[in-house]
Design a binder for this molecule. Structure first.
Ligand code: NAP
Ligand code: G4F
Length: 352
């Protein structure tokens, strides 16, 4: 009987947007994927349910472990159990606005959580008897107030507790690489979105609201700053860049971006126009969505990733908007059908 030795990946943040796309990619490449999930009182595996099979099933490729970036001993234990070849640290309190309300928690999970995982990785890698590689999910938010375009050599100027925590995580990763000779790569990823994007990030908030407005399920959309510009790409393209970083001959740090920036207003215009609506009739400003310090203009230069990793984005801004609108219109249709059949609708939500 032949026995395939599969490469094993260990992924924190597996239940998030990127974790789910990365799991899709790794399973398709033949990996055995082990994800860390938080214990929650409600199910939080909606984005990866399509990959999950009972662990006793010989076809199972995705395995889930309870854990938390706040809990170093649990992470250490999980790594020793799984004995992975590649580690992807995607777990984080990832919402910039929320990080102003929960700054210490964000520092602990997004910043110190990375340090906990790095320390566990260093100790595991020492005795692993194989090359073990680590990807750290850095963010363009680390550039913050730095003038665009931003690239690997641009100095960081973080503008939120989240961004400060990501800068700390970035430098912890560099320090572990330099101190212990480990294979650790930092991705500095600009905003990336998808139909799986959390509904409190601005793009998904817009596509969810616009499609519900189109079908008469919602009347208004409340937003904050419409002038901010972001370099928005498709999450499915960006997880490919993460994987490529860990297949490279040497560890390094890479900006991942499309090289085009649009304002929140542009995103509104593109979304509502696709639905045959004028956004001005529906959008109102609510100061609760403004941030104490804003990041005005993020625009990435991903030349290094293109040249060294052969990576480039496949989905355009227009393609991304179309994909998200199409998906959310289908969700809105389903919601409407359920309502008309007498089922109670989802609770009206206030988004960050
Ligand atoms: P996301 O959808 O918010 O997912 C975050 C993941 O982290 C979720 O699985 C979440 O679990 C998990 N998590 C939160 N707190 C945790 C904790 N204490 N311990 C363990 N896991 C925890 O974020 P994403 O968009 O996929 O982003 C993935 C990573 O890339 C994050 O580190 C983010 O900061 C970074 N990043 C994202 C972007 C972007 O534009 N998407 C750009 C640059 C960098 P639950 O599902 O239980 O909440
Ligand atoms: O969609 P956002 O919340 O994304 P933000 O702050 O750029 O952060 C995201 O991208 C980062 C990469 O650069 C990641 F590291 C981070 O984890 C996250 O995924 O907001 C985008 C822009 C901001 O300027 C915000 O002020 O949209 C503006 N905005 C205007 N009204 C709003 C709203 N943002 C949100 N979330 N909600 C609003 O109502």
């Amino acid at each position: 009987m032949t026995h395939t030795v599969r490469r094993r990946a260990f992924v924190t943040g597996i239940t998030g947007q990127d974790g789910s796309y990365l799991a899709d990619l790794l399973v398709a490449k033949g990996y055995e994927v082990h994800g860390v999930m938080r214990r929650a009182s409600t199910f939080n595996t909606g984005r990866i349910d399509h990959l999950y099979r009972d662990p006793h099933d010989p076809e199972a490729r995705l395995f889930l472990h309870h854990g938390d970036l706040a809990d170093g001993s649990g992470l250490r234990h999980a790594l020793e159990q799984v004995r992975p070849d590649e580690i992807y640290n995607l777990g984080a309190q990832s919402h910039v606005r929320v990080s102003f309300d929960a700054p210490e928690y964000t520092a602990d999970v997004t910043g110190s959580g990375t340090l906990r995982l790095l320390a566990a990785y260093r100790d595991y890698a020492r005795g692993a008897g194989k090359d073990v590689r680590f990807y750290q999910a850095g963010s363009s938010e680390m550039f913050g107030a730095a003038k665009p375009p931003q690239l690997e050599t641009t100095p960081f100027h973080p503008r939120s507790p989240y961004a400060v925590a990501k800068v700390a995580a970035h430098w912890y990763a560099v320090n572990y690489r330099e101190s212990y000779g480990l294979f650790i790569s930092n991705g500095i990823l600009f905003n990336h979105e998808s139909p799986r994007r959390g509904e409190t990030f601005v793009t998904r908030k817009i596509t969810r609201a616009a499609t519900r407005i189109k079908l008469g399920l919602q009347k208004k959309l409340f937003l904050g700053n419409l002038d901010a510009k972001r370099d928005w790409g498709f999450a499915g393209d960006y997880v490919e860049a993460m994987w490529r970083m860990l297949q490279a001959p040497a560890p390094d740090d890479y900006v991942v971006a499309t090289g085009e920036a649009y304002s929140v207003r542009d995103f509104l215009e593109a979304t509502f126009t696709q639905l045959g609506l004028d956004w001005r009739a529906y959008v109102e400003t609510d100061p609760r969505y403004l941030r104490p310090a804003e990041v005005d203009h993020l625009l990435g230069d991903a030349s290094k990733a293109r040249d060294a990793l052969g990576w480039k984005p496949q989905v355009s801004f227009a393609g991304l908007v179309a994909m998200m609108v199409e998906h959310d219109l289908e969700l809105a249709h389903r919601e409407k059908t359920l309502r008309e059949a007498g089922h109670s609708s989802a609770l009206e939500r206030q988004h960050d």
